[in-house]
Write a protein that binds this ligand. Structure first.
Ligand SMILES: [Zn+2]
Length: 348
């Protein structure tokens, strides 16, 4: 996370109260409610139209199935599920590594059909229901939520190098479920978990990678699963931890420089684990090295840096200028690249 997002108070955020009401006040209290089956009379009147106006298969059917299963669950299991709703939505604390989330694999151990129905509900809520008029008239459109977060800022805050579509575009870039919804129930519409990122970060690198567990598989079997800390994308830490990129070259610069000719380190004191997670999720080192081998980086070197040096600017003055606006137009990466080139030529 090269820069955090600013959390916006949007109406979209309030869908979480609807979710909490359904699961905490009704579904996971099923044994204590007289009605033998689920129907919308069990729900607060302000939420009934939301359930009744969308396709039965999206929300009502999975809720009926969940209610039926929960009727016969033990107190202990219901407590685990309720705790899951609370814990899984504390995204900041989960990222900091101070809380254990509930995963679908945990619910499978309680009841596999319950796990499947909860997943259907949360997938359909995000993929289908929020795009229906009954939802967006109450909570606003997801496109508007996206636009309120990105504003006019073109650079992906996750990788810091690729572009995202902004509020003036008629289309939008991806909204990533930072804690992937395939692993973590109850989180699909949590606005602390929904971030605008570039398509490269979202659909080429991260995919459904588990943000807070590093999972090693051998022959498609899990051999280890390690809890990991991750940057919280909506962090309010000021200033946000500074990440330095360090590049070293194994050979002199030429137009045909390749990633294998360089080494890269990402440094952020006190946040080493978060840096590793960031790289694991988004292939940051690979992306940065590739960027340094691009035609654009080479022509930046020749046409801007060398040209300025020919006009009398020193290497250090050039770096200072980039440093004064280091997050603009991937200047932080250009600094690392120029330092790498300079160190190579002074050592050889
Ligand atoms: Zn990106």
């Amino acid at each position: 996370m090269i820069r955090p997002y600013r959390h916006i108070n949007s109406k979209f955020h309030k869908i979480q109260s609807f979710v909490n009401h359904l699961f905490l006040d009704v579904i996971f209290r099923a044994p204590y409610i007289a009605n033998p089956t689920f129907d919308t009379s069990l729900v607060l009147s302000k939420y009934r139209p939301l359930l009744e106006a969308v396709n039965d298969e999206y929300l009502l059917h999975p809720l009926r199935e969940c209610y039926k299963t929960c009727k016969n669950l033990s107190k202990k299991h219901l407590k685990i599920l309720k705790r899951g709703v609370h814990q899984n939505n504390k995204i900041r604390i989960l990222c900091n590594g101070n809380l254990t989330p509930l995963e679908y694999s945990d619910i499978d151990l309680i009841d596999e059909n319950l796990s499947k129905q909860i997943k259907t509900f949360f997938d359909k809520l995000y993929d289908e229901a929020v795009n229906k008029a009954v939802f967006y008239n109450k909570y606003g459109k997801i496109e508007d939520y996206y636009k309120s977060i990105v504003g006019k800022s073109r650079t992906c805050r996750c990788c810091g190098i690729n572009k995202v579509l902004i509020k003036f575009h008629s289309k939008r870039s991806a909204l990533d479920h930072y804690l992937p919804r395939n692993h973590f129930p109850f989180t699909s519409i949590n606005t602390n978990n929904l971030l605008p990122i570039c398509d490269n970060c979202n659909s080429k690198y991260k995919l459904a990678e588990n943000t807070i567990f590093e999972i090693i598989k051998r022959n498609s079997r899990i051999v280890s699963k390690t809890r990991k800390r991750a940057f919280f994308p909506f962090s309010k830490i000021v200033p946000f931890p500074r990440i330095d990129v360090e590049i070293t070259l194994n050979r002199a610069l030429s137009e045909d420089l390749e990633p294998a000719d360089m080494n890269i380190k990402l440094k952020c004191q006190g946040y080493e684990e978060q840096i590793d997670t960031w790289d694991r999720l988004f292939g940051i080192k690979e992306n940065y090295l590739v960027e340094c081998c691009s035609e654009e980086m080479y022509s930046f070197y020749e046409e801007q840096y060398i040209a300025d040096l020919n006009f009398g600017k020193t290497h250090q003055q050039y770096l200072d200028t980039l440093e004064s606006n280091r997050l603009f137009d991937m200047n932080f990466l250009r600094i690392a690249y120029l330092k790498g080139l300079n160190n190579y030529s002074s050592n050889s």
